[in-house]
Design a protein around this ligand. Structure first.
Ligand code: ARG
Ligand code: ASP
Length: 720
């Protein structure tokens, strides 16, 4: 109970207590955070972090491929991000003959840098509050769907009309669940080439066993380079493009980090849900996470079995496996953490306090009904939400034949609307788009996944919302029928069945057992699940918007930050260890010694490359060792991060790069829903380890020469 009270007090009365986490909008740091940042040791001003008129740190921090962050670390557009963020690109250049995942890759010159047709990085030029423009006219509307439509129209209008340069784009996002809107002017570069990557035995050391875990020993980094046209503007790939000259790039510090040092992580956190009512958290713990975990558990076991037997399958499925395994493990940790930190009870106590304040402020008319309404809708929506997750996980995310079937189902549906020509255009796009899926497709693996996951869907999803086609079946026989007869098990089969006039294509598709099943599951989703789910979900959106507004109003000192929404944010804290459980204390830094302690020769997760062992034995760490002669590998701090922050720069008090963010600790993975400053930590690669690998392991001295290395504490501000 004491713990609960403490958490509650912390939440409602910030300034008295220790720093609380939060993901802050960089253009709004001035009044909100500057003082606290300085008290934590920051020596920069907030204008050094974000400024529109002169260059600032933000000009070196693009979003990487929509889902990660990266930072520019040289005057020639050299870009640092995680190994796991560049994984798809590294994989796409790999074959069994030259396997860059296994052996690493280092371009010796610009000419050897490898282009990536689907990769782009996006910088923020400026941020503007446009709440008034977006909410214009919505005040008088009472119907939620009408409101939503008008907001969308206002967004579209402003997006079109907003002044920008020809090569720039405009993006509008909501903050505080519909209470605030921000507009971002952005610049995207599409010619981004692979420069270097360590072997997976460094870049992914510890693999899935160590994923989400501290102590950690992973060199999770890779290097890219941004290319621009002759005027330094974004351009499609061309041999004539030149390395981009950034407005700002990070000097890289090798001074090292110590306990309590100030750290700032700058990046693009994807999504959090910090302000949910207790009923939503109960639903996550009791219903949604267990269903999703069980499905992925099955899919992963099947895939792992095949990957261990066949090197080609291992390459084909490496990226997919890592993606599926990542959130599978995260949900397990999240559920444990939510239970252990009593998140539901903490939320319920908060809700009591909320009601007390609503009464005191005479706001019961407006806010008194929120919690009972939440409770009712969360109860009603749960079977639909669970069925929806079965459909999403089984059909769209884990099984590739069914996911192709779903895309074809959309194609068939489009026919009536777009006619023969539109159908053919879409069909051609789809065929092109699916080429890369089939490049890494193996029929046997997919059949195994199908059999295991369809069985779960058929037996464990709410039965009244599950179609008969998969209820009480012999799932092995079903899998055999589908995979021996369907054309969708190969790219050739797909192209063949899509060949011809629309009516004939559609007729042939109906006869395909793989397509027929995907269609039945999709129809069931759209007819029996989505309508009710979407209706209640819209009601929840509206409630959450009001609940958010109410929290902002009734807790004026709480310094509430907006949930993550894939926009640029600043989070800051201190280098610090933690106590995960009774009598256990973790310190804040790991060393190369720990890599050697974990070393298992020949193991696919814990092997160590010979050259690294030699460097370790010779203690040949160059200028990168700490004052005790040890080589630091990873460190942790109290920055509040989430998915999307991978690849984010960890910055010291002066604006130098000291680390590369890539993960969080196991006990703190619930931070997306319930942040607990005692145990939530982010994990970073120490820049000394990164430079050591580039310099001593890869011998890529030309890259070291390109980077501005900061060696002494006196070398302060990076800017001006
Ligand atoms: N957990 C980290 C994040 O969410 C790293 C994931 C990549 N590593 C892996 N073994 N799957 O992205
Ligand atoms: N590993 C995550 C990412 O890829 C970061 C996190 O969830 O902490 O963004």
């Amino acid at each position: 109970m004491k713990k609960l009270l403490r958490a509650l007090v912390l939440f409602v009365s910030f300034p008295i207590f220790a720093q609380q986490g939060g993901m802050w909008v960089p253009s709004l740091l001035k009044g909100m955070n500057e003082q606290e940042m300085k008290s934590l040791g920051m020596k920069m001003s907030v204008a050094d972090i974000y400024d529109v008129n002169t260059s600032s740190l933000k000009d070196a921090v693009p979003q990487f491929n929509g889902g990660c962050t990266a930072e520019v670390i040289s005057a020639k557009g050299l870009l640092l991000t995680n190994h796991h963020c560049g994984y798809g690109e590294i994989q796409s250049h790999s074959t069994v003959e030259h396997d860059y995942l296994q052996d690493g890759f280092w371009a010796k010159s610009y000419e050897e840098e490898l282009p990536n047709p689907d990769l782009e990085v996006t910088f923020i030029v400026s941020i503007h509050d446009v709440t008034k423009d977006i909410l214009k006219g919505t005040e008088i509307l009472t119907n939620e769907a009408d409101k939503k439509a008008l907001v969308q129209k206002n967004i579209n209008d402003l997006q079109k009309s907003y002044q920008r340069e020809a090569w720039q784009s405009v993006m509008i996002r909501t903050f505080f669940e519909g209470n605030q809107y921000m507009l971002f002017v952005t610049e995207s570069f599409e010619d981004v080439r692979l420069v270097g990557a360590p072997p997976s035995s460094i870049g992914k050391f510890g693999s899935d066993t160590d994923n989400w875990v501290w102590p950690r020993h992973t060199g999770d980094f890779s290097l890219f380079r941004i290319y621009a046209d002759k005027n330094n503007r974004p351009a499609k790939y061309s041999k004539d493009n030149v390395p981009y000259t950034p407005k700002h790039y990070f000097p890289v510090s090798i001074n090292g980090v110590e306990q309590d040092d100030f750290t700032l992580v700058y990046g693009y956190p994807g999504s959090t849900q910090e302000y949910l009512p207790s009923f939503a958290v109960e639903q996550i713990i009791n219903d949604l996470n267990p269903a999703k975990i069980e499905i992925r558990d099955k899919a992963l076991k099947v895939t792992d079995g095949f990957m261990r037997q066949d090197q080609a399958i291992k390459i084909q499925y490496a990226s997919k496996f890592a993606r599926i395994a990542n959130y599978w493990k995260k949900w397990i940790g999240e559920s444990q953490g939510l239970k252990k930190s009593n998140a539901v009870t903490v939320k319920k106590s908060f809700e009591q306090e909320f009601l007390k304040r609503a009464k005191k402020e005479n706001k019961m008319n407006e806010y008194g009904n929120l919690l009972p309404q939440f409770e009712k809708i969360y109860k009603d929506i749960t079977p639909y939400a669970v069925s929806r997750d079965y459909f999403m996980e089984v059909v769209l995310r884990n099984n590739e034949l069914l996911s192709v079937g779903f895309r074809l189902f959309q194609l068939e549906n489009a026919y009536e609307k777009v006619g023969e020509q539109g159908f053919n255009d879409r069909k051609e796009n789809l065929i092109k788009g699916l080429e890369s899926l089939y490049k890494d497709y193996n029929k046997n693996v997919d059949q195994g996944i199908f059999e295991a996951t369809i069985a779960l869907y058929g037996t464990k999803a709410p039965q009244n919302l599950t179609p008969d086609a998969i209820k009480n079946k012999d799932y092995s026989a079903l899998a055999n029928t589908v995979y021996s007869k369907s054309a969708l098990t190969s790219y050739e089969g797909l192209k063949k069945i899509l060949n011809g006039k629309a009516v004939d294509v559609i007729k042939n598709l109906q006869k395909d057992p793989g397509y027929a099943l995907a269609k039945e599951l999709s129809n069931n989703y759209f007819e029996n699940i989505a309508p009710s789910y979407d209706k209640m979900d819209l009601e929840l959106d509206a409630l959450q918007r009001t609940y958010m507004k109410a929290q902002l109003e009734l807790f004026p000192d709480a310094r509430i930050f907006p949930d993550a929404n894939s926009t640029l944010r600043v989070t800051y804290g201190k280098v610090n260890g933690y106590q995960p459980s009774d009598a256990v204390t973790y310190s804040h830094v790991t060393y190369l010694d720990g890599v050697m302690e974990k070393y298992v020769p020949g193991d696919y997760e814990f092997d160590v490359p010979k050259k690294l062992i030699d460097l370790y034995n010779a203690k040949d760490f160059g200028q990168y060792a700490d004052k005790n002669g040890k080589l630091p590998v990873n460190f942790i701090a109290t920055n509040h991060t989430t998915g999307g922050n991978s690849g984010s720069p960890a910055i010291d008090a002066y604006g130098n790069l000291i680390g590369l963010n890539f993960d969080r600790v196991w006990e703190g993975t619930m931070s997306d829903i319930h942040y607990d400053p005692a145990i939530c930590r982010n994990i970073m690669v120490d820049t000394r380890y990164i430079l050591f690998i580039i310099d001593k392991y890869a011998d890529a001295k030309h890259l070291i020469d390109e980077i501005k290395i900061v060696k002494s504490k006196e070398n302060k501000k990076s800017k001006h």
